[in-house]
Ligand binder design. Structure first.
Ligand SMILES: Nc1ncnc2c1ncn2[C@@H]1O[C@H](COP(=O)(O)OP(=O)(O)OP(=O)(O)O)[C@@H](O)[C@H]1O
Ligand SMILES: [Mg+2]
Length: 244
């Protein structure tokens, strides 16, 4: 976890003016028994380093599907997905794990917090992946402080010891953001991160993301909300399986 401190990651490869993350002509069809549901039908999106892109689209249009494919959590049936110009489809399982752990932060639409861990432990979790005992004992304090600081910024300092079941939807969403930012990713993939928040909590969450964005974080954010989308440098629309 040498890469989980406060310094940004060393680039995996030079971008040289190109996108940091790109999907090109991506197709994805789900099969439910004999029924085929084509969701993405040639979707393309290019995100440049430090850019904030919002994705709008009606429910079921494939926004989460596209985000999962960009994050290496789902595979395209056809098409290209490249991180810093390198096809992630060609990654070994180990390299793909590293991509997911070190380079992207993912905020799931439905949080995916671990129920048996506390708020603080959930936030710290990404920084514990692949860390030996000795390194962990050396870094534990710093990791905990970073998790506390992020949770505090998100208005959760009174919830450190609570478990997800004891939190509201909006509180869980904020823990998920802290977890995604824990390792200083280069790209944040956020699936409706303000979906369960009131205006004020939504605004403070966006401000935390905006702060990281100003420090160079690229953001791809799915939202239903025009007002939230407007925080981005650019908004794209997903419809009929393609990005318009
Ligand atoms: N694992 C799956 N198996 C089968 N069908 C799926 C699966 N995941 C998604 N789908 C289908 O793919 C379509 C797109 O789903 P997706 O979750 O990407 O939409 P979305 O744009 O994120 O919608 P929402 O705004 O409601 O979150 C939906 O019709 C959904 O039923
Ligand atoms: Mg979705």
């Amino acid at each position: 976890m040498t890469s989980s401190g406060h310094q940004p990651h060393a680039p995996a490869a030079p971008v040289a003016g190109g996108p940091i993350l790109e999907a090109r002509d991506v197709h994805r069809t789900y099969r439910l028994g004999r029924v085929e549901v084509p969701v993405l039908k040639g979707a393309s999106i290019a995100v440049h380093p430090g850019e904030w892109v919002s994705i709008l689209g009606s429910s079921g249009s494939g926004k989460s599907t596209l985000l999962h494919i960009l994050g290496g959590l789902d595979r395209a049936d056809r098409g290209h997905v490249a991180f810093r110009g390198e096809e992630i489809v060609g990654y070994s399982p180990r390299r793909l794990d590293r991509y997911r752990n070190d380079h992207v932060g993912f905020v799931f639409q439905f949080y995916h917090l671990l129920p048996e861990l506390t708020v603080l432990e959930n936030a710290m979790l990404p920084a514990t992946v692949g860390v030996g005992m000795i390194e962990w004992s050396r870094r534990r304090h710093e990791v905990r402080e970073r998790a506390r600081a992020l949770l505090d910024r998100l208005g959760l300092s009174h919830r450190f010891r609570h478990r997800p079941a004891e939190l509201s939807g909006g509180e869980r969403q904020r823990v998920a953001i802290a977890r995604a930012l824990m390792r200083n990713p280069e790209v944040l993939l956020a699936d409706e991160p303000t979906g369960n928040l009131d205006a004020r909590s939504g605004e403070s969450l966006l401000e935390v993301i905006a702060e990281q964005h100003r420090a160079g974080l690229a953001v791809v954010m799915v939202t239903h909300d025009q007002w939230v989308a407007a925080r981005a440098d650019r908004t794209v629309h997903l419809a009929d399986g393609r990005v318009a």
